[in-house]
Design a protein around this ligand. Structure first.
Ligand code: 5GP
Length: 194
């Protein structure tokens, strides 16, 4: 998606070879008009998939996920990052390791907000090693619902996330695919690159 690539070129900052900072428009300060455009693009892309809910993982995915849900006219559900296990039977929980922080959390979903007939679109800001998305997929699978698609703003294609998700049978659409990062260098891959 050209709009996102242009914005990353203008306002993104590569912190070495693995981490891209997009704090000024995605995950610290948020550009609402821009999020609206990204949400519209996801909704357009997934409009024929029969999506019944948009899921995201707190907190950076919330803004684009909300806009996507608005355009698809379905609810948005935020998967929570809890520090400890909740010991009642009303939740699905799974342990996830954070790429950026190197810490772990219990990804948590109340059973009230999903049922086995749901077709879920998962939206997240970054795809790195796929830990967060694989965690979300475990919760959705446990509920009996279908993870119909995964929409990512920025995929770092040099990390293994996309391959892991595709090998597990999931469909991934990324609005920007970063092929290489280095200090002051951000290179993109075309949408259909292998
Ligand atoms: P994964 O779970 O795919 O290994 O990592 C994805 C999660 O880690 C995203 O939800 C995002 O919060 C964070 N993340 C991964 N790589 C980056 C990055 O380069 N920049 C930022 N800002 N967050 C990242």
């Amino acid at each position: 998606m050209k709009l996102l690539e242009e914005r990353i070129k203008k306002d993104g900052k590569a912190l070495g070879k693995t981490v891209l900072k997009v704090d000024s428009f995605i995950n610290h300060q948020v550009d609402s008009e821009f999020m609206d455009a990204l949400g519209k693009d996801f909704a357009e892309h997934f409009k024929e998939y029969g999506i019944t809910k948009v899921f995201t993982i707190e907190s950076s995915g919330i803004a684009p996920a909300l806009m996507t849900a608005k355009y698809l006219d379905v609810p948005m559900v935020i998967l929570k990052k809890q520090t400890s296990k909740i010991l009642n039977g009303k939740v699905y929980q799974t342990r996830v390791t954070s790429f950026t922080k190197g810490t772990s959390y219990e990804l948590t979903l109340y059973q009230d907000y999903i049922d086995q007939n749901d077709k879920v679109l998962l939206i997240d800001d970054f795809l790195a090693n796929g830990e967060a998305a694989m965690g979300a997929s475990r919760l959705i699978k446990e509920s009996g619902a279908d993870l119909t698609g995964i929409g990512i703003l920025i995929e770092k294609s040099f990390q293994k996330g996309r391959k892991r998700l595709e090998d597990a049978g999931y469909y991934v659409y990324s609005q920007a695919r970063v092929g290489r990062l280095d200090k002051d260098l951000i290179e993109f891959l075309p949408e259909d690159a292998p």
